[in-house]
Design a protein around this ligand. Structure first.
Ligand SMILES: Nc1nc(=O)c2c([nH]1)NC[C@@H]1CN(c3ccc(C(=O)N[C@@H](CCC(=O)O)C(=O)O)cc3)CN21
Ligand SMILES: CC(C)C(=O)C(=O)O
Ligand SMILES: [Mg+2]
Length: 281
């Protein structure tokens, strides 16, 4: 399994890091088999798998359940778990306790927290306690209500300057990795060049140390509209719907199941069954 030190070395060597979200055991296993460098159990699970329209309703219990499933599916892959909405605000004790649960109950190797200056003390406290922390700047979906939607961040020089300073401070606070979401490519390049920890982009262009994509978006599973930064590497939704339509049609037509899908008693037992009921076979 790759370690936090390996990810830093990959950045130094200019070797790109490929990360993907995962929410359950089979998808995590597929990612591991494909050689994905590390997994993110994103709180996007709320939107991709649980049917919420934001990440705000996702709870610690949700995150622990899905992290456990992912860890069982990909036992040899470094796994980061998102700290969900409000699970690291209010007090450092709350943040420490919840990060502890993600690691001890969920089996996560690291956690991710959204935000800049507001969470520097959290990043510092967790790191000091032995929790590897990924920072997350740019579009931070847990604050979508405050930001006013899912919008590109850091488009002005002033906003970009603030973001670049916050990224540096997150590194100084101890973060081993930074996720940068929905920022102009030029901003991501500056952040990457200014940090020695790997910068993983999503909607941040090519000039980062690696990329992360949401599982459902990557394989075209969701069937709904995807953000502009997504590339669908497969288009599974139509194939899934075709399979389900074929199944329904065959059930309705009596064409499924066939003999090969069925179990049979021995003739002798069939005879006994009928005579038991006083009937003839
Ligand atoms: N399926 C999925 N994929 C994601 O990437 C994702 C989630 N869910 N849930 C949590 C957050 C929310 N994310 C999103 C969602 C929508 C846009 C979006 O529609 N953005 C506009 C840009 C708007 C602008 O111009 O400022 C776009 O057109 O892509 C971006 C990020 C990223 N994360
Ligand atoms: C979009 C990624 C970075 C994330 O935080 C998630 O999937 O929850
Ligand atoms: Mg997230």
């Amino acid at each position: 399994m790759k370690s936090t030190a390996d990810f830093r070395t990959m950045k130094q060597n200019g070797e790109k890091i490929a990360m993907v979200t995962a929410y359950d055991a089979p998808s995590a296993k597929h990612a591991e088999t494909a050689g994905i460098d590390l997994l993110l159990v994103g709180d996007s699970v709320g939107m991709t798998a649980l049917g919420y329209d934001s990440t705000v309703p996702v709870t610690m219990e949700d995150m622990i359940l899905h992290t456990r499933a992912v860890r069982r599916g990909a036992i040899g892959t470094f796994t980061v778990a998102d700290m969900p909405f409000m699970s690291y605000h209010g007090s450092l004790d709350l943040a420490l306790g919840n990060a502890c649960r993600l690691m001890q109950e969920g089996g996560a190797h690291a956690v991710k927290v959204e935000g800049g200056n507001e969470v520097l003390d959290v990043i510092h406290a967790l790191t000091r306690a032995g929790v590897p922390v990924t920072a997350h700047l740019g579009l931070t979906p847990q604050s979508a209500g405050v930001i006013g939607g899912y919008k590109v961040q850091g488009k002005t020089a002033e906003q970009a300057g603030k973001l670049i300073r916050e990224a540096k401070k997150a590194e100084e606070a101890g973060a081993f990795m930074l996720v940068l979401e929905c920022v102009p490519l030029q901003v991501a390049e500056r952040v990457r060049d200014g940090l020695s920890i790997p910068v993983i982009g999503i909607g941040a262009g090519r000039n980062t140390d690696g990329q992360v994509l949401v599982w459902h978006d990557l394989i075209g599973y969701s069937g709904t509209r995807v953000p502009k930064f997504v590339k669908k590497f497969a288009d599974l939704a139509p194939e899934i719907e075709k399979a389900l339509r074929d199944y329904k049609d065959e059930v309705k037509a009596g064409a499924f199941p066939e003999e090969g899908h069925s179990f049979f008693m021995d003739d002798e037992e069939v005879g006994a069954l009928y005579s038991q009921a006083g009937e003839r076979p």
